[in-house]
Design a protein around this ligand. Sequence first.
Ligand SMILES: [Zn+2]
Length: 378
Amino acid sequence: MLNYKFRLYPTKEQELVLEQTLDGCRWVYNYFFDKNMSKEDMQFTLVELKEQHPWLRKYYHSKMLQMVTHQVAAARKASKDKLLSYRKNEDFNAFTYNQSGFKIEEDGKLYLSKIGSIRIVLHRKPVNVKQVTICRKNSKWYAVAACQLLRRMYSTLIKYRKPVGIDVGITKFCHDSDNHVEDNPQLLTKMLRPLRKAHRRVSRRQTGSSNREKARHMLARLYERIHNKRRDFLHKLSAYYASRYDLIFLEGLKVANLTRNHRLARKILDASWSAFKNMLQYKANRVVEVEPAYSSVDCSRCGHPVPKSLVVRTHVCTKCRAVLDREYNATINILQRGLESLIMLLLLLPVERREVTPVEIQHESVKQEEEEAIGQVR
Ligand SMILES: [Zn+2]
């Protein structure tokens, strides 16, 4: 499944209906949130509820209300059996049509059952749409279309000709084994002044006043803009790698070390790294995570360990005299280790399995894909 997000431009009347739809779904959510029912029981109860409250049937698409029970179940699962809380208007921002009740029309409109046709900006053509989620964010409306992909065919004709190792860092966002460097865009740092100003403006306005509401909205806009820029950066970067390389090795993130530092910027960087990894995983042909051990210590040329502190930016090998950029050295290690791990996989296989021809292993398991990868890389 791939999700595409599109901007919606409802008319004033439609916006009102959208708000009312959120209210209806929220009503159902709040009916169930503190009842310990299974998804099936909730759906059964929902039928009874609709008998008692005919307005539910009249104004709301039935599958949409059913999806609320899924939402309750998912929220319960995410909260790990802690009590869910009652949702207020501002805490409830999305409703979902699954399989039915929506249609993307030819003239740039999205038809929603019981709501109408809303203008939508289709920056790309979604195919095989299985589900549409309408969400509200900072008084803007979006439609998220979940499109089912036909399973990507792992043809054996794919040649893993171009492998790359990538290392993520703090000042440089990433560095790769072809010595390409991508700087960290520092989006938050650049925006700190306007953000501080906006925060101050909110806190100076009187609580509950419309001016405060306005200031709060502007602050939210700023954060949204930073968020959008970051997504854009990550999408472009992951597309860069996915289009140039067909075998990507990433260092497994040292999450334990990273989360020790609680500063906001750090948290965002962590989130960016995992978002980057996710994007690569669905865009690139093949992404393999490599054990992070010692990649920045060992010499990529001779394997001799050269321990160095974080301040030392250059790798100078005491044995073979290689002089390399610190991160560049690490990425070559990542690439080497990645390739080695694939070869190890191959050696673990029984001899009979190693000699299958490309044609024979077509349509077979992922593991065999790996064997083949090694064959071609070697
Ligand atoms: Zn060396």
